[in-house]
Design a protein around this ligand. Structure first.
Ligand SMILES: Cc1cc2nc3c(=O)[nH]c(=O)nc-3n(C[C@H](O)[C@H](O)[C@H](O)COP(=O)(O)OP(=O)(O)OC[C@H]3O[C@@H](n4cnc5c(N)ncnc54)[C@H](O)[C@@H]3O)c2cc1C
Length: 411
């Protein structure tokens, strides 16, 4: 065997790079429709860093359409029916999910690895579903300009996977989209986010809460026995924060929420704080002959609204709806791949437009403020007229043009 040659060649209908929400949901739906599919995930399992826990009402609706909702909701989770914020001294209910026209009128907070394990366990019930972990996709197989498969590194050596369709669902740092030479439009972001954990104590209350003060934005997500905290900083500001020292960082957290004074020492070193470099971008074209990108690989989302997982799932459902039946017969046309992008581009553009507006009008302003903010008039209206809270709830909970499952379950 020559060095660099694949030690194994696999043939499948659809090869998916990345076992995140987009890749696992697409893999599940295609296998459920009887199509041979291989998901390649570079990590050994789904148990990794915090990557968001929010399963939105529209995703829960999809779980219902798949007949999996009741079982899914048996997993330990919390249900958030309202999002509240503390802007300076003003407490505002920002969104009220209880009137959404969906089966579940709440956002379910559930660790992402539990969600992915759940999808994997159910996908494995279909014989045409295959998951290969520790498979790091690092090349494309081509026949002229057409993509006909991919290459991956595994602990057992390199593999070639020949497929009628390759899907890049490998997230915001997608290797597939780079390898395919797809052009990315970068929209920029004024902030980065630091993630950390603080323990939850009796008497803390259960609701997740955002706090805005002069120059600071802090979000606490309830994860049962601890708080997952997001500390928003100006883009590139992490080094300056580190220079000021851990003591100053802990003090900044206590200033935002004095109730945390008894536990900020749990941040023992900067290793306990993870930096998320915020990116907002979108591919101009999500496909080329033989290849399609979905989820963050097609459009990295800002954390504003916590909608990235939901969009990834919606892309997967739309892709399966368009491609599943044609894929049964063999390779799919570029026109069909275009149809997937055409279906998902508008909802993605609209959501990114809202996120960019919030980043520009609210987050940038807050981060540069030196005086205590007050809730803007439009936000205070949400307190005065509770009906208005339904609008942000609809935007966050359902997004634009929610998808529904139209793929069959193969008999
Ligand atoms: C810290 C953080 C917090 C977030 N919080 C939220 C939140 O609260 N709510 C929300 O909705 N969204 C949140 N997001 C965004 C959300 O995680 C993403 O939008 C969503 O996961 C996108 O799903 P995806 O399947 O497209 O990509 P990903 O979830 O990124 O999955 C991509 C998968 O591909 C794998 N992969 C990458 N490269 C390769 C390769 N070369 N070969 C094989 N596999 C590969 C990765 O290991 C990963 O499993 C957060 C993101 C981060 C980083």
């Amino acid at each position: 065997m020559r060095m660099g040659m694949a030690s194994e060649t696999i043939t499948t209908r659809c090869a998916i790079a990345g076992g995140g929400p987009a890749g696992m949901m697409l893999g599940f739906l295609l296998a459920r429709a009887g199509i041979d599919v291989l998901v390649l995930e570079k990590h050994a399992d789904f148990l990794r860093d915090f990557r968001g826990d929010t399963i939105h009402p529209s995703t829960l609706e999809i779980m219902h359409e798949l007949g999996l909702l009741d079982e899914f909701l048996k997993l330990p989770h919390s249900e958030v029916r309202e999002l509240t914020g503390l802007i300076g001294e003003d407490r505002v209910v920002l969104a009220d999910f209880s009137h959404l026209p969906t089966r579940c009128q709440f956002v379910a907070f559930i660790p992402q690895w539990d969600f992915l394990d759940f999808l994997a366990d159910h996908a494995k019930l279909y014989p045409s579903f295959h998951l290969r972990v520790q498979a790091d996709v690092d090349g494309l197989l081509k026949d002229g300009d057409k993509v006909v498969g991919l290459k991956a590194k595994t602990p057992d050596g390199p593999i070639d996977v020949r497929a009628d369709l390759v899907v890049g669902a490998d997230g915001r740092h997608s290797a597939v989209r780079d390898l395919a030479g797809l052009e990315v439009e970068d929209f920029g972001a004024p902030m980065d986010v630091l993630w950390l954990r603080l323990s939850k104590r009796p008497g803390d209350g259960a609701q997740s809460l955002g706090r805005i003060q002069a120059g600071r934005l802090f979000v606490m997500l309830d994860r049962g026995d601890y708080w997952q905290c997001a500390f928003v900083i100006s883009k590139g500001g992490f080094n300056e924060l580190r220079r000021q020292g851990l003591g100053a960082f802990r003090a900044a957290i206590v200033a935002l929420n004095p109730a945390l004074a008894d536990r900020v020492q749990e941040i023992g070193s900067w290793d306990d704080v993870r930096l998320l470099t915020v990116k907002v971008d979108r591919l101009k074209r999500w496909y080329r002959d033989g290849l399609l990108c979905i989820g963050d690989a097609a459009h990295a989302m800002s954390p504003v609204g916590g909608v990235g997982i939901n969009l990834a799932i919606q892309d997967a459902v739309a892709a399966a709806n368009v491609l599943a039946l044609p894929l049964r017969a063999g390779p799919v046309s570029v026109e069909l791949l275009h149809k997937v992008q055409a279906r998902r581009q508008w909802p993605t553009e609209m959501m990114q437009w809202v996120q960019l507006l919030v980043q520009k009008r609210i987050i940038s302003n807050v981060l540069s403020m030196t005086e205590q903010p007050r809730a803007p008039f439009a936000v205070r209206l949400l307190n005065r007229y509770p009906m208005l809270r339904r609008l942000p709830a609809r935007l966050i909970g359902m997004g634009f043009r929610p998808e529904h499952v139209h793929t069959p379950e193969a008999g």
